[in-house]
Design a protein around this ligand. Structure first.
Ligand SMILES: Cc1ncc(COP(=O)(O)O)c(C=O)c1O
Length: 459
């Protein structure tokens, strides 16, 4: 007897309908193919929607942005009729850009499941397929062998911390980086090193800070190592983990070489301090699935967290770190749509020529950095877009004098001129780009023209 669910999954009729639906939707999405200014006839509607967001949640939007639900690649249509280049992608979610036909079709398949949200007690097939793919990808370059699903990066991080703490109980203190970002829960706000994100919250004094690598200061790696040594001496058996972003995101898109991480990781290994890599932002973006692969430090990782591009949160851990039953759970593990779409994204990135040396991601990185450096070297933008750097699809640059006012002014100007980026870092305040893996050379040239124009208008 063929089970009803299998009939549904294998139905040629349904597959055909899904393909037709995705193709039909694509015919609308594909109209969104270039930057377009605000259309006066639609401005009133957008303003009204933006006001509704403000009154609904009690806080205005950063940009006057409400999407119409149509977009293609790096282009997205807004309710005021404008089309923007979206180089921030929901702060890093849509790695394949807008309106990808395969992702849409996978989402439709997920939506036909009997349930909207899947849970840890009653999983459907999407839960298993997604988990298996995550374990398979992680196993390639590390000792990670298990994956536990969560609905966002913050929750994946909470699970990671609990797993580390249980492993070395009763150790309590966390070694984390200066300028770290770990999420928005009470505990992750504590791990995060930004006072603006925890105004009015109590301090729990559980986090010990290490300075991140500073390319201008050759002593920074040595200082970090000495600091770690002193923390270990001062807190015997009371450090539950060392957590780090392989490349700092919110902290300003700071990159560190393998040589910076290696002595820290070796010391943790020697002193049996669990190592947790927060790859919520870096996953899929560096030109390898995991930044620990890019840095060649996979063997040291005990726990790793991802979210964003995976369309779901995930905590990965080694067999040794598999927690006792009861420690991590939760009602939701993800929606049928997010799990089906997440799996498809991972398959597309794995099958295509995105990863590795000479892959799309590396090319996009090189072309985007070259464009920023070109603007910084000559013409009206000379010296006004400094320090372009990052890893893979994550790129940042310091505009003007690196002040918050100038950064904000430029972000708003770019938006008005059709390009969406976002900020990161503090002193200097930087422009951050999370580029989709489908960004073309033409897109990069267009982004360069908008940047040049916008900087010019502010000087
Ligand atoms: C490094 C890092 N960790 C954790 C988080 C939190 O993830 P989420 O916003 O999905 O809860 C983020 C989000 O920006 C992040 O960049």
């Amino acid at each position: 007897m063929k089970l009803s669910g299998h009939q549904l999954k294998d139905s040629a009729d349904i597959a055909k309908l899904i393909t037709e639906l995705a193709e039909k939707a694509k015919s609308y999405h594909s109209q969104v193919d270039n930057v377009r200014p605000v259309q006066p006839a639609h401005v009133g509607r957008l303003n009204n929607l933006v006001d509704q967001v403000h009154s609904g949640r009690g806080r205005p939007l950063f940009y006057p942005y409400v999407g119409t639900g149509a977009g293609q690649g790096v282009y997205v249509e807004l309710e005021d009729g404008s089309i923007k280049m979206d180089l921030i992608n929901g702060i890093g979610i849509h790695i394949l850009g807008h309106g990808d036909e395969r992702v849409m079709a996978a989402s439709l398949r997920g939506a036909l499941s009997d349930i909207v949200m899947q849970g840890n007690l009653q999983p459907n097939l999407e839960y298993i397929e997604f988990t298996n793919k995550m374990v398979e990808l992680a196993s390639r370059g590390s000792r990670l062998r298990h994956a536990w699903l969560a609905t966002c990066g913050t929750m994946a991080n909470e699970n990671a911390l609990k797993i580390c703490r249980q492993k070395v109980t009763p150790a309590r203190k966390i070694v984390a980086m200066s300028n770290a970002f770990a999420g928005r829960s009470t505990m992750m706000a504590e791990v995060t090193d930004n006072p603006a994100f925890k105004e009015g919250l109590p301090e729990y004094h559980e986090v010990l800070r290490l300075p991140f690598y500073d390319k201008r200061d050759p002593q920074s790696a040595q200082r970090a190592l000495e600091k770690l040594r002193s923390y270990i001496e001062q807190n015997p058996k009371d450090i539950c983990c060392f957590t780090f972003e392989p490349m700092q995101g919110e902290g300003g898109y700071k990159v560190a070489p393998r040589e910076y991480f290696l002595p820290l990781l070796e010391l943790c290994q020697k002193t049996k301090i669990p190592v947790w890599a927060d790859e919520v932002q870096t996953f899929c973006r560096t030109g390898q699935f995991f930044a620990y692969e890019k840095l060649g430090i996979g063997e040291f990782i005990d726990v790793c967290t991802v979210a964003k591009t995976a369309q779901n949160g995930v905590t990965l851990y080694t067999e040794e770190f598999n927690p006792k039953p009861g420690l991590i759970a939760g009602t939701f593990s993800g929606s049928s749509v997010s799990l089906a779409a997440g799996l498809e994204v991972l398959k597309i990135l794995d099958e295509g020529s995105f990863m590795g040396a000479g892959g799309h991601i590396e090319k996009i990185h090189q072309n985007f950095i070259a464009m920023l450096n070109r603007l910084n070297e000559s013409g009206p933008t000379k010296g006004l877009l400094q320090d372009a750097e990052g890893l893979g699809l994550m790129v940042a640059v310091t505009p003007f004098d690196g002040s918050k006012e100038k950064q904000l002014e430029l972000l708003k100007k770019l938006f008005a001129n059709g390009l969406m980026a976002f900020g990161c870092g503090r002193d200097p305040y930087r422009l951050r780009f999370l580029l989709p893996a489908v960004t073309t050379e033409q897109d990069i040239e267009r982004a360069g023209r908008i940047l040049e124009q916008s900087v010019k208008e502010l000087t």
